[in-house]
Design a protein around this ligand. Structure first.
Ligand SMILES: [Zn+2]
Length: 358
């Protein structure tokens, strides 16, 4: 079986490396650039295995899985494969991982290990994950290795933010851009990895994931899902209290985290959920779906009620506009509580107004 089977997307990039290796034109340093959570690291690991395989077949991107290169690689003990990345919970790639601790500077770390000769017939492959989290000191200490990589060494840098990289680092790597995954790929991955309880959840999270598996996973965190359920049940009820809804949502956000940056991210998610609710309603109005295919069940009573109102399409347009405005308010640093209070109060008013005019 191909080592690439379980990787979604990125066929163009595979083809590029297939050609490049086939022509023996591999560069010594690549920069993999693209959004978080789309499989750049997995791509780099597969490429590393292919480069370390001692009995490759016709396809230079494949690995046999059973040779003196593949076996230790798969057991995570290949002496010629090196990996560093930003440790969980840290914001920066520690300089010690690159050039050693203060006491042993230059005697350990990735740059030192790369300078050691590879096994006979092998080469060194190093992945520098989260390269955009290197601070200037780390980047400068790494630069010498990047400028003059040891013979038979290949460096694969991974980043999602090009602006956070020193220009001197960027300019010494061949840039390989990676795009977000298709929604259908995310949906499949969520189901395959048992990250969702139902196909409807997989559809919902993938639709909002912007092609990133890590974003989809965030969306599926239980606390956020609970708030989404609360939000949808309220939005689908006639004459719900906007301020009451906002209060419950803010209490929920406070339980997840009291840190302002996290609240802003989660506040934005609630607004995205709200937009998604109205968008789905809009879609249901224009292309009626069988109830069983409705990914948000609360849409059904909501749409039935909308149909009795004058100009439901226009109303949904207004509801979506207000929600999108609220999202830009959070971007402009308006506090989350004030934004949500104003938004849900306004949405409740809009949804009430048509019945009052009857
Ligand atoms: Zn092999």
């Amino acid at each position: 079986m191909s080592i690439w089977t379980s990787l979604r997307g990125h066929a163009e990039q595979q083809e590029m490396f297939r050609r490049t290796i086939g022509r023996q034109r591999l560069s010594q340093a690549y920069l993999f650039l693209g959004p978080e959570g789309i499989g750049k690291q997995q791509f780099a690991r597969r490429l590393a295995q292919a480069l370390l395989c001692q009995s490759p077949g016709e396809d230079p991107l494949e690995a046999c899985g059973d040779c003196s290169g593949c076996k230790p690689f798969l057991a995570a003990s290949h002496p010629d494969f090196l990996y560093v990345g930003c440790p969980e919970g840290k914001r920066e790639l520690p300089i010690s991982l690159l050039v050693g601790s203060e006491e042993r500077r230059g005697q350990e770390g990735l740059c030192h290990d790369l300078s050691l000769a590879p096994l006979p017939g092998s080469r060194k492959v190093a992945i520098v994950d989260d390269a955009d989290t290197m601070n200037d000191a780390s980047a400068n200490s790494f630069l010498k290795t990047l400028e003059e990589p040891p013979d038979r060494a290949i460096l694969l840098l991974i980043a999602s933010n090009l602006d956070a990289l020193l220009p001197t680092i960027r300019s010494r790597c061949q840039l390989v851009r990676f795009s977000a995954l298709d929604t259908s790929d995310i949906e499949q991955l969520l189901l395959e990895q048992d990250l969702v309880q139902s196909e409807a959840d997989a559809k919902f999270a993938s639709a909002l994931s912007e092609g990133s598996l890590s974003t989809a996973k965030q969306l599926l965190e239980p606390e956020l899902r609970e708030l989404r359920t609360l939000l949808y049940s309220k939005l689908s009820q006639p004459n719900f209290s906007g301020l009451g809804l906002s209060k419950s949502l803010l209490e929920g956000l406070g339980k997840i985290s009291t840190e302002t940056p996290v609240q802003r991210i989660n506040g934005q998610w609630l607004i995205r959920f709200t937009v998604e609710f109205f968008r789905s309603a809009l879609l249901s109005l224009s292309v009626p779906l069988p109830d069983s295919e409705q990914t948000i069940p609360e849409i059904i009573p909501f749409v039935n009620r909308l149909k009795e109102m004058p100009d439901p399409m226009g109303l949904l347009g207004a509801l979506i506009d207000r929600s999108v405005d609220a999202s830009s308010h959070i971007d402009q640093n308006v506090p989350v509580p004030a934004t949500l209070d104003a938004l849900y109060d306004e949405l409740a008013r809009l949804l009430r107004a048509p019945t009052l005019t009857r």
